[in-house]
Design a protein around this ligand. Structure first.
Ligand code: DGT
Ligand code: CA
Ligand code: CA
Ligand code: ZN
Length: 582
């Protein structure tokens, strides 16, 4: 039992107690306990064995007793009893936005709803609207949430799927007899969410690899074990979050490898086009070979590149394989040379302790330097966003003075004076023009009034883009992947406004956002709108997240020239000054 495992159990107890209607004092004790356990230094087993755990702040006797049982026996009868006393469907209902334990309890007690299926029926019959504390608006929100859940299924964000995939691959690659191996599927294409992991390896002897695979420590369930393909469910903690995913492992011969690699990388749509291309040339392409129609002759290929060449194409990067024009562009030699992680020279939209970040200006700047970046652009929140400690005017001036002081002594990295200014309900900005003129650049974002009708939201954002002080638009739709859809907005109109006013648009690289979506990134490029990749970091550790934005940029066909922050410090300062003078 790791700390994360124990924390999960405590969190689950808290949730179950909430569903039972326990008082907040008790449930919070478990929630806090989970955080405390995660933050413990030292080995949990030792802390329990020595009794030191009793002296930990935030863990009362009851929790210490439960943790001790868990760590020493690996099980907790109390949890089993709790689970048995509550229908599993109730916990599932908590995934719906706007539905907390109180509402779940009310639905269960008055309408005997014990799961999402029944909840959907009750909403459709109009029964939920009649309940005290619900109403028609809540009912339609619930239905909308259920539809969204259906649509996302069990997908996992890339920042959580990637570490699990890499952990599995690393072990599989070290099995005796493995020649080469890779993560294929949507993960290799760097989609923002991934349904399952597709691991591919080559070897002359598949059976021992299959045996070893299903015994990996991350495996919690074996779904199927065959001679060349096995499917398992694996679980791992990634930054304190439990990630559970299906993983398929396929073993092929090394001759078959490039064909399987291409096939299982997908996308399906891209594969269909490639197969058709082979047919047009009197060949057949499948996951094992490229051969003549009657299969009497094969075209040997050692790499994917060879396959593309055999079909008259240059190598096509996995991120482009979505059948959105990559084959045509390959034919006409118009494939872009995609931007890469190491092209990024600095970042613009980040937070410090001046608003809701956890680190100082200097700490953030030094971390940027460590990452090889030349500038750290600060973009703390503006005054009206009080929940995120938005900065009153006097604090802005204080921050400017500190930036000047820190810049004096910093070497090899520079802090740029930016702001993430709120776009207010009417499309105006959250500071006076005079104050805004004091920043080196301005990121404008929507953080409030998400429920506006689409035409109003579009007008609101377009008005902000027309403001001379604005440099770039932050997180264009406000979406939170797998949690909430973005606000309703006509993005084509927004792109048009950005192009018209010469403004940049951000790819917010927070893995829960990845907003602007890659499909629109591609359109923005066609309209020659400069794109900026911003980590929106709230701590030094989050600065590196810009890499997830690079994936989106690559999926949107961007070259280094299309991305503003591939430019060096001098160039960036010059361009920002030029824009301000307009
Ligand atoms: P996911 O798992 O939903 O995030 O997305 P993928 O792309 O990883 O899809 P998955 O795991 O169902 O299949 C992996 C790849 O295998 C897929 O990208 C392309 C290939 N593939 C799967 N089914 C078909 C098919 O029916 N036809 C063709 N041509 N390729 C397929
Ligand atoms: Ca997959
Ligand atoms: Ca799969
Ligand atoms: Zn923001």
């Amino acid at each position: 039992m790791t700390k994360d495992d124990v924390a999960d159990v405590l969190d689950e107890i808290a949730t179950l107690l909430e569903l039972k209607g326990e008082n907040a004092f008790r449930t919070n004790a478990y929630r806090n306990g989970a955080r405390v356990v995660q933050g413990l230094s030292g080995d949990l087993k030792d802390l329990v064995a020595s009794g030191q755990i009793r002296n930990t702040r935030g863990l009362g006797d009851t929790l210490v007793e439960k943790i001790t049982t868990l760590v020493t026996t690996g099980a907790l009868p109390y949890l089993d009893e709790l689970r048995a006393s509550i229908p599993a469907g109730l916990v599932e209902m908590l995934r719906l936005p706007g539905i907390g334990p109180k509402k779940v309890k009310a639905l269960h007690e008055s309408l005997q709803i014990d799961g999402i299926e029944k909840l959907k029926l009750a909403c459709e019959a109009g029964e939920v609207a009649k309940l005290k504390g619900f109403g028609a608006k809540t009912q339609s929100k619930i239905l909308e949430g259920i539809r969204y859940l259906d649509q996302i299924g069990k997908r996992v964000r890339i920042d959580l799927a990637l570490p699990l995939g890499e952990a599995l691959l690393k072990q599989v690659n070290s099995f005796p007899g493995v020649i080469r191996g890779e993560l294929c599927g949507s993960l290799r294409r760097r989609r923002e969410t991934v349904a399952d992991l597709d691991i591919l390896v080559s070897s002359a002897d598949a059976a021992p690899i299959m045996d070893a695979f299903v015994k990996l420590p991350e495996v919690i369930q074996v779904l199927a074990q065959g001679p060349t393909k096995s499917s398992i469910v694996a679980a791992m903690h990634v930054r304190g979050e439990k990630v559970t995913m299906q993983a398929d492992l396929r073993v092929v011969t090394d001759e078959q490898y490039p064909f399987a690699q291409h096939y299982f990388t997908g996308s399906k749509e891209h594969n269909i086009r490639m197969r058709q291309r082979a047919i047009d040339r009197g060949l057949t392409l499948n996951e094992y070979a490229l051969s003549s129609e009657d299969k009497s002759r094969t075209v040997p290929c050692e790499t994917e590149e060879d396959i593309f060449r055999a079909l008259g194409l240059p190598y096509i990067e996995p991120e482009l394989r979505e059948d959105t024009g990559e084959i045509e562009a390959g034919e006409t030699k118009k494939l872009p040379a995609l931007v890469a992680d190491n092209d990024i020279r600095g970042v613009f939209h980040n937070h410090t302790t001046y608003s809701d970040g956890t680190a100082s200006l200097e700490e953030m700047a030094l971390k940027c330097k460590e990452l090889g970046l030349e500038y750290f652009g600060v973009g703390d929140h503006s005054q009206s966003l009080t929940i995120a400690r938005g900065m009153p005017v006097n604090i802005v001036r204080k921050q400017w003075a500190e930036i000047d002081r820190v810049n004096e002594k910093l070497k090899g990295v520079r802090i740029l004076k930016g702001i993430e200014v709120d776009i207010l309900e009417d499309g105006s900005l959250d500071y006076t023009d005079e104050l805004l003129a004091g920043f080196e650049y301005v990121v404008a974002s929507v953080h409030t009034h998400f429920a506006m009708p689409e035409p109003e939201m579009t007008a609101r954002v377009c008005k902000a883009l027309a403001h001379p002080a604005v440099t770039m638009l932050g997180h264009a739709t406000g979406r939170l992947l797998l949690r909430r859809e973005g606000y309703k907005i006509d993005l084509d109109a927004v792109l048009k406004a950005a192009a018209q006013h010469g403004k940049m648009i951000e790819i917010n690289a927070q893995p829960s956002r990845l907003d602007l979506d890659w499909k629109y990134v591609k359109r923005a490029k066609e309209m020659e709108i400069p794109i900026v990749i911003n980590p929106d970091a709230h701590s030094p550790g989050e600065l590196e997240l810009y890499k997830f934005g690079v994936h989106v940029a690559r999926r949107g066909w961007l070259t280094p020239a299309d991305v503003f922050n591939t430019r060096g410090l001098k160039d960036v300062q010059k361009e920002l000054a030029r824009r301000k003078a307009l």
